[in-house]
Design a protein around this ligand. Sequence first.
Ligand code: NAP
Length: 243
Amino acid sequence: MNKVIVITGAGKGIGRAIALEFARRTKEQHIQKSTLVLSSRTPEDLESLAEECRESGIAVATCRADIASPQDVEQLISFTMERFGRIDCLVNNAGVGRFKALNDITLDDFDYMMSVNARGTFHLSRDVYAIMEKQGSGHIFFITSIAAEMAFKSSSVYSMSKFAQKGLVEALRLYARESGIRITNVMPGAALTPMWGDVPSSMQEVMMRPEDIATPVVDAWLQPARTVVEEIVLRPTGGDINS
Ligand code: NAP
């Protein structure tokens, strides 16, 4: 059966690496036939990534969606269901951060991070979970962060939004265990992606790379359906960078 894999925030950074890893493994390990549905707010990113993934022989569709927009979330789901009729894997990767001292964080910053990381992730996960529950199978990944269980001075509201994601993971898991759905919480530390902007070379040297996150995500997906990898915690070997 064709496995339909939806990845949000697929255009850059960790989401892009996860899409490429699904494509690479499909080719190299001859895993089950899969279709990637790549989504983010920037169609140009998605089109170039889709081209690259198709070189591995995997089927790819792209769908522009801002997960902070309820209409876009509904459209991403209806786009996928109308074309493919099912969703086997959702990678909740889309996320944003505005990193500032507490006093400098505005209510606009708060609304922006919470509307994407907390509300958007909730909306999409709730509705995709309902589809998976009817199917009797599925796997939902949440790319949260180590900031989902520890605070850093420059990331107070980002941490709030990631703690919120972790709360959703734990609530959803209570339902998922009763319905054969797998839930995986991926908690990375610092990985070199566009989210960080300009990074001094000394810091680049110690940061993880997006593919370091992508490999264990696809490993978890490839476990037998009877086994769920519930948490993946990944840190730079030298420890946390932000403080
Ligand atoms: P990134 O390089 O900034 O990429 C984020 C991706 O998400 C982009 O493709 C972006 O594309 C998309 N996106 C942002 N807002 C969106 C929205 N409202 N709707 C749909 N797509 C949206 O970030 P990253 O570092 O790869 O981070 C990916 C995830 O990992 C995030 O949830 C982040 O919190 C988490 N994380 C990152 C790190 C790290 O050190 N990099 C560590 C721990 C956790 P568009 O702007 O085109 O939409």
